[in-house]
Write a protein that binds this ligand. Structure first.
Ligand code: KG4
Ligand code: ZN
Length: 329
């Protein structure tokens, strides 16, 4: 296999770790194939707070990180691992530090190289995994709970953002909308499910069109808030219609901007990644776009190990001083 950024030992066994938010994840990837991928979600733990509580997440990562790594190793041992890859940021700083410290300790203990991975690059790299890896160039819509970006990907490992959200991320809009509708956390999948029983044209939820290739989702959330307030006790009977209409508004905005970006950049191929790429209406609205399997849309460590194949590894002891970073900028 050849390609820019591909390192000589492409078939290395990479142990990936991901702890940037509320999923503790470990995976083994070998030459682009997922050997194992274990994700322990803390969603239930955070559900009663209606969102992720950073300190609670860090503590849970500490408890889960070693058992999750052990499960991912399965029949293999650390002796078989060639490289350790870990999410360095962006994300919750305390949560990231748990994964980064674990990765440093494992790598250092075995004299292995370590690859720090940008979580957003990881989402894009979920497209490079077997059995149907996508070849750049393509335009990628990355829509998750923390980010919503349009990224021009000229080659593997490259990442050129051309649009972003000015306020809420699309996943955040789903989560906040779900909360207003009295649905569980995380809300995207709940809205997706309920929307199937509702009429997407029942309510008009306008999404602000901002200049350029950026997004804005704070207005649509406020529109839902007013509608819910106005309906009062009648909300109960209209919940599915509200969910369907709200989802339709977010999906329309995502699709419109993505197609505009494709027109401007001349991209022939479009891909969607991140938790919101699991949304059934979004997938149906972009039938020609490539989307990873559902398990690789939401946070996982296989995508982190996949991204590591296109990043220079750091040899010991060079990585011991590495720090996590919270913000994408
Ligand atoms: O990529 P991800 O697991 O974590 C971040 O990096 O943020 O994305 C999580 C987000 C949450 O906001 C969740 O509500 C949303 O993805 N999500 C969905 C669906 N499944 C997950 N949004 C819409 N429809 C879905 N089916
Ligand atoms: Zn993510």
């Amino acid at each position: 296999m050849e390609g820019p950024g591909l390192r000589a030992g492409d078939a290395l066994l990479i142990l990936g770790l991901e702890t940037s938010c509320d999923e503790t994840a470990a995976a083994l990837v070998e030459g682009g194939a997922v050997v194992s991928s274990v994700v322990s979600s803390q969603a239930d733990l955070h559900a009663r707070f209606g969102g992720v509580v950073p300190e609670v997440a860090s503590r849970r990562h500490l408890e889960l990180v070693l058992p999750v790594i052990e499960e991912a190793l399965g029949e293999r041992t650390l002796d078989d691992v060639d490289t350790v890859a870990v999410t360095q940021g962006p994300g919750l700083i305390g949560a990231l530090l748990v994964g980064l410290s674990a990765a440093k300790a494992l790598a250092w203990g075995r004299g292995l190289p370590l690859v720090p991975v940008n979580h957003l690059h990881g989402h894009v790299a979920s497209l490079y995994l077997e059995p149907e890896p996508l070849e750049p160039p393509f335009l990628c819509l990355l829509a998750s709970g923390g980010h919503t970006l349009l990224v021009d990907v000229p080659e593997r490992g490259a990442f050129r953002p051309i649009g972003t959200t000015l306020d809420d991320a699309a996943g955040e809009a789903f989560d906040k909308g779900a909360r207003l509708l009295g649905l569980g956390y995380p809300g995207g999948a709940e809205i997706d499910r309920l929307a199937r029983e509702g009429d997407p044209e029942a309510f008009e939820f306008p999404v602000a069109r901002v200049p350029g290739l950026d997004f804005s989702f704070s207005g649509v959330k406020t529109a839902l808030l007013y509608e819910v307030r106005g309906l009062g006790a009648a909300v109960e009977a209209r919940r599915a219609d509200l969910a369907a209409s709200y989802q339709r508004a977010i999906v329309r905005a995502l699709v419109a901007r993505t197609l505009e970006a494709a027109g401007q950049t001349g991209a022939e191929r479009i891909a969607v990644v991140g938790g919101v790429a699991a949304n059934s209406e979004l997938r149906a609205a972009l039938p020609d776009a490539t989307a990873p399997p559902l398990a690789l849309c939401t946070d996982n460590a296989a995508m982190i190990a996949s991204a590591a194949r296109y990043v220079e590894a750091i040899l010991p002891p060079g990585y011991l001083a590495l720090d996590a970073f919270a913000s994408a900028l």
